[in-house]
Each structure stands twice: as structure tokens, then as C-alpha cells.
Write a protein that binds this ligand. Structure first.
Ligand code: CU
Ligand code: ZN
Length: 183
């Protein structure tokens, strides 16, 4: 019995060690965006982490109007209220057209709509396979001009170039390098 429990704790140690090493050694592999509305209200965060198949974006939003909203990565890391046009067009390193339903699409910054429930709060994790946190790559979110995450007033039709007919930009957050925050 003693022998068995020694074996068990030994294997636990072995399993535990790499997990510890990974979390403490995590280099600059994370990014965040703090989203604000046109009137400066803080509406939550997005936490970006590198995943094998792309960038995982964990969003925790509050106080946004219920319904379906377009959600994109935009090509300039600048969120100037009230219109947020400073964030530029969709992030498009591949020089494509807008939308997953567009035969010439899509932009790397294109993502599926988010649906804000009646209480205005949404926690959701999505993966964007077309971007990376790897600096120096053309599709990295870390560009000289920066990048931003933008929520729109309306849903994305996934095909109208250049922006999916998604209406006003209602929330914006600059993608900023930093350790991934746990939500
Ligand atoms: Cu957008
Ligand atoms: Zn687009």
C-alpha cells in the first residue's frame, strides 16, 4: 500500500512539473484588449493567447446592447471615440475581400458575430485561425500600426466588402501585448 501511494505521488509530481514550467515560463505570448464604448464606458476585456490552431480570444463583455453584433480585428491600434474610425479597416494582411461567404474572402480580421444576451453580458472563447501572436509574421496582431478589436452595431452579412454592412462601431479596444489575464 505504501509502495503504491509512493508511486502515485511520484507520477503526480512528474505530471505537475511541466505544467508549472509552462505557466511560469510563458513568454510574451499573450495580449489583451480593454473595450470601451463611444462614451468611454468600460465594457470588458478580450484576452488573446496563442493556440496551435490560431489565436484564442476569450471575451468577457458587459453592458452591450443585446443581439447579434459583428466582431472583427481592425488594422490600426487606435480607438478614438466616438466613431472609432481611427481603428481603420479590417486587418487584411492577405489582401482579400470581406467575409467568409465572399468568394474572394476573407480578411484575417473577420470573425463570426457575437450574440449579446438580454442581460448584456457575454463570456465566450473563440479561435481566429488567420492571425498569430508571433511577432514579425505578416498576420501577427503585433504590427507597427497596431491592431484593435471592434464590436459593431449590427450583424455581419459575411460578404459585403469591405466591412459586412455591420454598421457603426460601438466598442473598441487596442490589442496590447501583455500576460494573458485569467477571466
Ligand atoms: Cu469591424
Ligand atoms: Zn472583413
Amino acid at each position: 500500500m505504501n509502495h503504491l501511494s509512493a508511486l502515485v505521488s511520484c507520477s503526480l509530481l512528474v505530471v505537475g512539473a511541466p505544467a508549472l514550467a509552462q505557466s511560469s515560463a510563458a513568454p510574451a505570448s499573450g495580449a489583451n484588449a480593454q473595450l470601451k464604448t463611444a462614451d468611454g464606458k468600460d465594457v470588458g476585456t478580450a484576452t488573446l493567447t496563442q493556440a496551435p490552431d490560431g489565436v484564442r480570444i476569450a471575451i468577457a463583455l458587459r453592458g452591450l446592447p443585446p443581439g447579434e453584433h459583428a466582431f472583427h480585428v481592425h488594422a490600426v491600434g487606435k480607438c478614438e471615440a466616438p466613431g472609432f474610425t481611427s481603428a481603420g479597416p479590417h486587418f487584411n494582411p492577405g489582401n482579400k475581400k470581406h467575409g467568409k461567404l465572399n468568394p474572394d474572402g476573407h480578411h484575417a480580421g473577420d470573425m463570426d458575430d457575437i450574440t449579446i444576451p438580454a442581460n448584456g453580458n457575454l463570456s465566450l472563447t473563440i479561435v481566429n485561425k488567420d492571425i498569430t501572436l508571433d511577432k514579425g509574421k505578416p498576420n501577427s496582431v503585433f504590427q507597427a500600426a497596431g491592431t484593435a478589436l471592434v464590436v459593431h452595431a449590427k450583424e455581419d452579412d459575411y460578404k459585403t466588402d469591405p466591412a459586412g454592412n455591420a454598421g457603426d462601431r460601438i466598442a473598441c479596444g487596442v490589442v496590447t501585448e501583455g500576460p494573458a489575464k485569467t477571466q
